[in-house]
Design a protein around this ligand. Structure first.
Ligand code: HEM
Length: 363
């Protein structure tokens, strides 16, 4: 598709698909022409906002989400990863449910200051936030939307309580930092903070789970990589980048045109929906001249767009990279010669935007 029709209109879905690297890059870069205010959550959190509101919010949360704050989490992430493997030891291990799912959920729950006993509720809320409809019927969409609204309502009530507690007793945590972040005398409102916390659950959990699982998947598909990384663990960050390019957890990003515009000689009208296929762009030979379909541990530079590009570039990228690196380091060190054990076909996650599998049993 990328070669034959790099920009095409899909009448059944009612949107434009954009596949080539250069075009995907342009769509993500130009937030004036390609707006993020789309879908039912338009305007509710920064992912679905345009400037100037987006700029203001992003600057405020950047103050709390600093590289130093993320780097300080490393020892804790390491100890969570080791504990999860201890618990899975002796069992037939499923990478997804025993390791890659709980790790980011625990990290975000702790980051938000939620007590350990609330983790199971956190997990089920965050699952509902990213769950896809069972099929394309109107009924299925209504059902999933109701479930999602209910989860958002429960999460909001939960965070209102945490905000009240932090207002009385400030802590050294993300919520307290968000409550005190200030730009030109402006602070975040309670509603903004709550919406942001809900966004972190939706944006940070399943994506990171899939990064870790997709990494293990490559290691079992190409076992010689396990030897290479054992011999040289310094290559793990580069491995993580190539996993992101090769099996991106998010394969596509939506936008909406604010004015008539031409992409690759196709005329797109104001109001049209556009899907920028990051997964296709990441394999574009025009950008990745060196065998884009090959997993290349030595690939450098690696300008994949798996964390997006431009003003919405993933806020959690440093955290996701850190979790991915630590998770794979721990797995490689403790489990020798990981192998996929199931003979059955892997079950893909049902979503056109997410790339991952539901289970990945290994020995
Ligand atoms: C935005 C991917 C992990 C928080 C994005 C975007 C992508 C993305 C593609 C841009 C969407 C757009 O342009 O519309 C990923 C991937 C992850 C990951 C592949 C894991 C491998 C995380 C984590 C967090 C997070 C761990 C936080 C805990 C966010 C937020 C935004 C975002 C808040 C919105 C930024 C904005 O609108 O300015 N992510 N993400 N993400 N991500 Fe991530």
């Amino acid at each position: 598709l990328r070669r034959e029709s790099p920009v095409r209109y899909d009448g059944a879905r009612g949107c434009w698909d954009v596949f080539a690297y250069e075009d995907v890059h342009r769509v993500l870069k130009d937030s004036r022409i390609f707006s993020s205010t789309r879908g039912p959550a338009a305007g509710q959190n920064m992912l679905y906002m345009d400037p100037p509101k987006h700029t203001q919010l992003r600057e405020l949360v950047n103050k709390a989400f600093t590289p130093k704050a993320i780097q300080d989490l490393a020892p804790r992430i390491q100890s969570i990863a080791e504990d999860l493997l201890d618990q899975a030891a002796g069992e037939r291990m499923d990478v997804v449910s025993h390791f890659a799912t709980p790790l980011p959920v625990i990290v975000i729950a702790e980051l938000l200051g939620a007590p350990a006993e609330d983790r199971t509720r956190f997990k089920s809320w965050s699952d509902i936030l990213v769950e896809s409809a069972e099929d394309l019927s109107e009924e299925a969409f209504v059902k999933i939307n109701e479930k999602r609204m209910q989860a958002i309502q429960e999460l909001s009530e939960y965070f209102v309580k945490i905000l009240e507690l932090r207002a009385q007793h400030p802590q050294n945590d993300l919520i307290t930092a968000l409550m005190s972040a200030e730009i030109d005398g402006e602070k975040l409102s309670g509603r903004d903070i709550i919406n942001f916390c809900i966004l972190l659950l939706a944006a940070g959990n399943e994506t990171t789970t899939n990064l870790i699982t997709n990494g293990v998947r490559i290691l079992t598909e190409q076992p010689s990589l396990q030897d290479e990384l054992h011999a040289n663990p310094d290559l793990i960050p580069r491995f993580v980048e190539e996993v992101l390019r090769y099996y991106p957890p998010i394969v596509a990003i939506g936008r909406i045109a604010t004015q008539d515009v031409e992409i690759g000689s196709q005329k797109i009208r104001a109001g049209d929906q556009i899907i920028a296929w990051v997964g296709a762009a990441n394999r574009d030979e025009a950008k990745f001249a060196k065998e884009p379909d090959r997993f290349d541990l030595q690939r450098s530079p690696n300008p994949h767009m798996s964390f997006g590009f431009g003003i919405h570039f993933c806020l959690g990228a440093p955290l996701a990279r850190l979790e991915g690196k630590i998770a794979l380091e721990v797995l490689l060190r403790r489990l020798h010669e990981m192998k996929l054990t199931s003979e059955q076909d892997l079950i893909p996650i049902q979503s056109s935007f997410v790339f991952g599998v539901k289970n990945y049993p290994i020995s």
